[in-house]
Design a protein around this ligand. Structure first.
Ligand SMILES: Nc1nc2c(ncn2[C@@H]2O[C@@H]3COP(=O)(O)O[C@H]4[C@@H](O)[C@H](n5cnc6c(=O)[nH]c(N)nc65)O[C@@H]4COP(=O)(O)O[C@H]3[C@H]2O)c(=O)[nH]1
Length: 760
């Protein structure tokens, strides 16, 4: 409905209030009424002149004409000009000329009035009609002018010359007025058009436009209010804008209005909540312009729009910036902020804050074996469990990957923090069921406590991280409290990393070989190459210490290449030196990083070509976890290697997910059962059953089986009984330098009296 509101803005722009028709000048009704007024006025003036001392010759006649003019004037005023044609008022002109002529006849001694009434009539024509309307009436005017003069005895020439002199004045007056009127109408039309434009903009804009009084009372509200806030404009006009502003935003809104009323000018956008017609709150952004001094407006013009959607979006962005999308937990940034607050509070209140750095053990295996979707589900379930474990006011956050943080405020001390860590670990260790697989996840937790005035969030995080790494190094599935000595270890690790680079350049590495024996003949048939580092200051360093660092830094690639080349060269040399008792193959460990290196196959082919070693004499040991990673490319890499003719063995079998399916799918030749199983053979029937099952599976898949870490005769006998092919371990020989291996190969079987040196 487009009902015009009675407001300042509307009254200023509504066309129905204009005295002019669109193009033709004054409206027909106004033209008629002005005509009526002129008749009446002229009649009244004429009657009044009768009271003057210089009376006309024929008073009664003049009085009658004047009375007739008044009567006609009143009738003309009342006539329905609006419903008649636009030219209808022009009929008044002959009537007026007739009255003027009769009047002039009776008042012939008053020549001044002759022209005056004609000028009045032409004034009306100029006022009421478009330009050049006066011209056609000039002849009629001359007739009306001349006729009474001639009838009363004036010569026609005199009468005509007087009429001809008056006519230009009449036309000039009429045209001047018509010209000014036309100009005014053009100006008015353009004003009206701009008003219409403005009106249509205001009426149809999606933003709400309102005009307020200085006290906040609404004087005008645009129709957009209906779809923005659900009100009709007339519901709000006359009410205070503050009635519907949220109480929390009210002081600010009032202050803003006061400022704009006092300040004069425009106000920057301000936001507040406004109550919708249905009672809900929406965020509104408004700008205000003080037009109190502008007579056309006389108020504060408000431009407002609903910004709820934007607010929601902003809120979402803020949430995203501070939360992890997978688990919905706070992220690293959020945790750091909260930790800063917690530390400040703890320093004030002299309490302690505990930070638990939780890292999932072997989470990569889940991703690799069951896929990333399954891994994501585990992480998200884990997030929920963490949330369920923490108290209100504490915080659980995902720090990235498989790392989580728990912040505990107001903890009494280390024991309480450790107890909390144990509780969390126990909750997280409950089995997860993903895609029908039951998974148990252990965690390594680093615990750091803070709350001293100079404790910084980044220090506490670094401490908890260091403690978590310590827990990993100590064998995972445990929690460790941070100790400043860990810094020393970290520094030492850095030094080791640096020395590792130099060690390679300076030739500080040596390969030891451990014989691998045939279970039935008890004779050495193969050797495993195991690298050693002769550190210039620290002496012999075990691979368990430096291989992980070499892996992390990428140095494993050149180091592994050197081991491969050296092992192949050594076996080729033995084969030449002892053609009868040389091992048939050398096993070399391949790290994950080496395995994925694009030039691996080409490098091995080159080494074999250079050393002249038959490819079948090289056995590459690849761990289970490497095999399970990204099956398509792994399969391709394994096939490439297989095409060279080398043997492939799955190393440390039994320590990962021990899936038989990949053994079947991948082109492997051998399986090496981890030494931890050999150790268990003496004490545990379960381990015996497991080893027996693994050997049976390997036999079924026609894989050669080696059991590592054989240390006792009993273990050896058991393995022989269950069909194991090859064994290696301290029972026979430790890893040894090449010359000792040569001696061993000559002496053959040694099954007793060996005591492993501490480092080996
Ligand atoms: N308790 C016990 N241990 C025994 C017995 N017999 C052999 N061992 C030890 O078991 C490990 C067997 O090697 P691995 O499982 O491949 O495990 C290796 C292998 O994963 C890695 N490694 C060694 N050399 C290299 C290498 O050149 N390249 C790569 N990528 N990794 C290597 O370091 C790991 C540890 O190597 P080492 O310290 O030489 O430890 C060797 C060996 O000394 C036994 O009867 N009892």
């Amino acid at each position: 409905m487009d009902r015009p509101e009675k407001t300042l803005v509307n009254s200023a722009v509504h066309p129905s209030h204009q005295p002019y028709d669109e193009d033709e000048g004054l409206s027909r009704r106004v033209v008629g009424r002005i005509g009526g007024a002129f008749f009446t006025l002229s009649g009244v003036v004429t009657l009044a002149t009768l009271l003057l001392p210089s009376r006309p010759l024929h008073v009664l006649g003049v009085a009658l004409v004047a009375t007739a003019a008044i009567g006609i004037g009143i009738a003309v005023w009342l006539l329905p000009w609006g419903s008649w044609s636009r030219r209808a008022p022009l009929t008044l002109v002959p009537v007026a000329f007739t009255l003027i002529a009769i009047h002039n006849y009776f008042a012939r001694d008053e020549p001044a009035r002759f022209g005056l009434f004609f000028i009045v009539t032409f004034t009306w024509i100029g006022l009421a009609c478009p330009r050049w309307t006066s011209l056609p009436f000039v002849p009629l005017m001359i007739v009306a002018y001349v006729t009474p003069l001639v009838v009363t005895g004036t010569s026609i020439a005199t009468a005509l010359s007087a009429a001809v002199c008056t006519a230009p004045v009449c036309v000039l007056v009429a045209e001047a007025i018509a010209w000014v009127g036309a100009r005014l109408r053009v100006a008015q039309r353009s004003l009206r058009e701009s008003e219409v434009r403005f009106r249509s903009l205001v009426q149809h804009a999606s933003d709400v436009v309102a005009v307020l009084g200085p006290d906040g009372t609404a004087r005008y509200v645009s129709p957009a209010i209906q779809h923005v806030l659900g009100y009709r404009p007339e519901d709000l006009i006359g009410t205070s804008v503050f009635d519907r502003i949220h109480p929390d935003d009210l002081p600010h809104a009032r202050a803003q209005l006061t400022e704009i009323v006092l300040g004069r000018g425009a106000m920057p956008p301000t936001q507040f909540r406004y109550r919708r017609a249905d009672g809900s709150w929406v965020y509104v952004e408004a700008t205000a312009t003080n037009l109190l001094d502008n007579p056309a407006v006389g108020g504060i013009v408000i431009n407002a729009r609903d910004i709820s959607e934007r607010k929601r979006f902003e809120k979402e962005l803020v949430h995203q910036a501070y939360h992890d999308p997978l688990t919905g937990l706070p992220n690293r940034v959020f945790l750091q902020r909260r930790l800063a607050d917690s530390l400040a509070q703890a320093a004030r209140e002299r309490t302690r804050v505990a930070l638990l750095f939780i890292d999932l053990d072997n989470f990569k295996l889940i991703n690799d074996s069951l896929g990333h979707d399954a891994g994501d589900r585990v992480l998200s379930e884990l997030g929920k469990r963490l949330l369920g474990c923490i108290r209100c006011g504490d915080m659980a956050a995902r720090f990235g990957g498989d790392e989580f943080m728990v912040l505990i405020n107001g903890t009494p001390g280390t024991d309480a923090a450790l107890a909390a860590a144990d509780r969390l670990a126990a909750t997280l260790a409950e089995p997860f069921v993903v895609d029908g697989h039951e998974l148990v996840i252990t965690t390594s937790i680093g615990v750091a406590l803070g709350g001293d005035p100079d404790d910084r969030p980044e220090d506490l995080i670094r401490n908890a991280d260091a403690a978590m790494h310590r827990a990993k190094l100590l064998g995972k599935a445990r929690r460790v409290v941070f100790d400043p000595a860990m810094y020393a270890q970290a520094v030492e690790r850095l030094a080791l990393e640096r020395d590792l680079r130099h060690g390679l350049e300076r030739g500080e590495f040596q390969i030891y070989y451990q014989p691998v024996l045939d279970v039935r003949t008890r004779r050495p048939v193969e050797v495993e190459a195991l690298v050693r580092w002769h550190h210039p200051e620290r002496g012999l360093i075990s691979p368990g210490e430096f291989i992980p660092i070499a892996e992390e830094t990428g140095l494993i690639v050149p180091l592994g290449h050197w081991v491969l080349a050296e092992a192949c060269r050594q076996l080729a040399a033995w084969r030449t030196a002892f053609p009868d008792c040389a091992p048939s193959a050398v096993s070399v460990n391949l790290s994950a990083r080496q395995f994925r290196h694009p030039s691996l196959t080409a490098d091995i082919a080159q080494i074999l070509a250079e050393t002249g070693l038959p490819p079948a004499s090289l056995k590459l040991e690849i761990t289970e976890s490497v095999m399970m990673d990204d099956t398509a490319s792994t399969l391709e890499a394994l096939r490439d290697l297989k095409q060279l003719g080398v043997q492939l063995a799955v190393d440390d079998f039994g320590t990962g997910y021990s899936s038989l399916s990949y053994l079947k799918r991948f082109p492997t030749d051998a399986m090496k059962i981890d030494r931890s199983f050999a150790r268990g053979l003496d004490q545990s029937r379960e381990d015996q059953a497991l080893v027996e099952a693994m050997i049976a599976a390997a036999n079924a898949l026609r894989l050669q089986v080696t059991v590592e870490g054989v240390e006792t005769e009993e273990q050896l006998e058991f393995l022989e009984r269950v069909g194991c092919d090859l064994v290696q371990g301290f029972l026979f020989a430790p890893p040894m330098p090449p010359d000792e291996v040569a001696r061993f190969l000559h002496t053959g079987l040694q099954t007793s009296g060996f005591h492993p040196p501490a480092l080996l």
